[in-house]
Ligand binder design. Structure first.
Ligand code: 5RP
Length: 222
């Protein structure tokens, strides 16, 4: 199977999970990226069953709207039973690196509200130790140089993502060269740097369920 076919298979499995596990009229949290896009396409078949969706990015909002799925502001919603999103890396404790698409802050906010985080990923995303994928950090532009110096002190090789502006009007610094043995500790430490909005470690709020696309079928972990 191609990587896209694996992504499509986990996206469909996530839509089936939504149909089986959420009440009629539920609001679904929707992530960002190519795997999440396949999920949005699968979710379109459920648009008369769900109450609507909360989007984790402008791109996701537009794709949901294109399918005629109502998109709600998070501030209007008190409960999200399930949030479905991809990941750049995930370990067997379901800690993740996210933000390859730059939507990490809104993703983390929607995930914080959700009762259940379902990660959908092809098998290439499952790793023993997080850190081969550069860790994205969203920064307030005026703090960029300070944050880069502080990230260097943590042993990383930070680099500005050139020409990229987040949906929140900020910048992304990608940090290479980190082998992350304590994801929760590093997530907290980076978030303490003044000028950091958030970083792409999802360890304090990991996924609850991983649907992993393999050539033998979709594996459920968690
Ligand atoms: C975007 C993300 C995505 O979930 C992550 O980058 C994975 O994307 P893809 O499904 O395209 O591999 O965190 O900010």
């Amino acid at each position: 199977m191609t990587q896209d076919e694996l992504k499509q298979a986990v996206a469909q499995a996530a839509a089936d999970h939504v149909a089986e596990s959420t009440p009629v009229g539920a609001i679904i949290g929707v992530g960002t990226g190519s795997t999440a896009n396949f999920f949005i396409d699968a979710l379109a078949a459920l648009k008369d069953r769900i109450g609507g969706a909360v989007a984790s990015s402008e791109a996701t909002r537009q794709r949901l709207a294109g399918h005629g799925i109502p998109v709600l502001d998070l501030n209007e919603v008190s409960r999200i039973p399930v949030y479905v999103d991809g990941a750049d890396e995930i370990d067997d404790g379901l800690n993740m690196i996210k933000g390859g698409g730059g939507a990490l802050t809104r993703e983390k906010i929607v995930a914080a509200v959700a009762d259940c985080f379902v990660c959908i990923a092809d098998a290439s995303k499952l790793v023993d130790t997080l850190g081969k994928f550069p860790l994205p950090v969203e920064v307030i532009p005026m703090a960029r140089a300070h944050v880069i110096r502080e990230l260097e002190k943590l042993g990383g090789l930070p680099q500005l993502r050139e020409g990229f502006v987040t949906d929140n009007g900020n910048q992304i610094v990608d940090v290479r060269g980190l082998l992350i043995h304590d994801p929760k500790g590093l997530e907290a430490k980076i978030n303490q740097i003044v000028g950091v909005v958030t970083n792409g470690l999802f360890a304090m709020r990991p996924a609850d369920l991983l649907l992993l696309g393999t050539s033998e079928g979709v594996r459920r972990i968690g």
